[in-house]
Structures are given as C-alpha cells and as structure tokens.
Design a protein around this ligand. Structure first.
Ligand code: 0O2
Length: 221
C-alpha cells in the first residue's frame, strides 16, 4: 500500500511540474509567432531572445519551507508564483512596454500583477518589468489556469542583473559595501546607455521615415 501511495504521489508531482512546462511551451510558441509577424510587418523585431525555466523541485521545497506553505499541490500553486519563469530580453526600454501590451492585448493573457522595477528600480539598482500572467493549459482532464512570471528587460538590464546575481551568490549574500556602491553606479551607467541607444534608434527611425531606407544605408557607409 505504501508503494502504491508513493507511486500516486510521484505521478501527481510529475504532472504538476509538467503543467508549468506546458504553460511555458504555450507562451514561447505565441512569442515566436509574434516575433515572425512583427518582423514581416515592420521589418523590425523587438525581441532579442527569450529564456524559460521551471523551478527545480528542490528550490520549490526550499521556498515553501521558508514561506511556511504546506506541501499540498493546490497550496503550492496558490502561493508560489514563480514556478514557471520566462525572461524576454529586448533592445530598447520602449520595447518592454510594447511587448507587455502585445502579450496582454493580442494574446488576451490575464495579468494578475505587474511590478515595474524600471519606473521604480530596486535600491540596489535592479531594473526589469515583472508580470504574473495566467496561461490556460489544456490537460486530458480539463483546463488549468497556470501562473507564469514574465521578466522583460533590455540587454543592458540583463547584463547588470546576471553579474549582480553572480556577485550576490559569490559573497554568500553579504556583499561588501564598496561593491554594492559600484553595482549601483554600474546600474545608473547601464540606464544612461539604454536612454542614449533609444535616442539614437528614434533618430534613425525618423530618417528612415522621411528619407527612406537608402538614406540610412548612405549614412552608415
Ligand atoms: P531566480 O534564480 O532568478 O529564480 P518572490 O521571491 O518571487 O516571492 P519577490 O521579491 O516579490 O518575491 O519577487 P520579485 O521582486 O518579483 O523578484 C523575483 C525574481 O526577480 C528573482 O527571482 C530574480 O530573478 C529577479 N530579481 C529580483 N530582484 C533582483 C535583484 O536585486 N537582482 C537580480 N539579479 N535579480 C533580481 P529569484 O527567485 O530570486 O531568483
């Protein structure tokens, strides 16, 4: 009987994790379609790359014990919102909000929560737009609504966040004050670069619109 119970539990957990992977597959397919269509219509693609992951079972277990959530799948689903994560990297800050609008308007995804760490960066300098969306997934016994955390950021924001993440773990989460200060300054530099690149991009778009594509090619020769 114990083995039967164990098998049943193992199947339920596997199916639970699969549900999050299906939600990510669904979203990635939608984004691929969006990319191709946008490229075709506007001769421009706002998405540089995407990366997705399902949180490992170990990491979920650590988080539920930290938050005091019982090991019941329904409770985990209700309380841990970043089991499925999708990161979208784009070139310009305005693309971030454009992509957010396309996800909600074109795909009709419901956004349960939005955290704008671009309008309100974290004190350490972290910038990104975070969305919690509900993705409908069709399983054999019915439809499930699955929560996915989407992080949208520019290449510069992503560069900063991945370095900060490495430093944070290298120093076992207690980073020396001088490094924290440097990281904050690096975040401000990255933001200045984002704003400068966006200005350049706008200027080139105006030239293209008023004088045609050939004029931009002439300028770059
Ligand atoms: P990983 O390894 O990327 O998954 P939560 O822990 O989600 O309940 P919170 O703080 O409300 O709590 O979530 P928030 O603010 O939406 O941020 C969650 C994720 O954003 C993190 O996931 C990171 O991926 C990213 N993030 C947030 N703040 C920082 C930061 O200061 N630096 C970096 N590099 N990334 C950040 P995880 O689970 O921490 O990590």
């Amino acid at each position: 009987i114990q083995i039967e119970q164990f098998k049943k539990m193992k199947n339920e957990v596997t199916r639970f994790m699969m549900m999050y992977q299906f939600a990510l597959n669904e979203l990635e397919t939608k984004i691929e379609i969006l990319k191709e269509e946008f490229q075709f219509l506007h001769d421009y693609n706002p998405i540089e790359h995407t990366k997705s992951r399902v949180k490992s079972l170990e990491s979920i277990m650590r988080k539920i014990s930290r938050k005091g959530v019982p090991f019941v799948l329904e409770d985990i689903k209700g309380h841990i919102k970043d089991i499925a994560g999708l990161r979208i990297t784009c070139s310009f800050i305005t693309d971030i909000y454009h992509i957010r609008d396309m996800l909600t308007n074109q795909f009709g995804l419901r956004v349960n929560e939005e955290k704008d760490y671009i309008g309100n960066p974290k004190p350490n300098g972290y910038r990104s737009l975070h969305l919690l969306v509900e993705v409908p997934v069709f399983m054999s016994d019915g439809q499930e609504s699955v929560c996915v955390e989407i992080q949208i950021r520019t290449i510069a924001m992503d560069f900063w966040a991945s370095l900060e993440h490495k430093i944070f773990y290298k120093y076992n989460q207690s980073v020396p004050a001088s490094l924290l200060q440097e990281l904050k300054e690096a975040s401000d530099s990255a933001n200045r670069l984002d704003l400068q690149m966006e200005r350049l991009h706008r200027e080139i778009s105006v030239i293209k619109e008023t004088q045609g594509d050939d004029s931009v090619e002439e300028l770059t020769q």
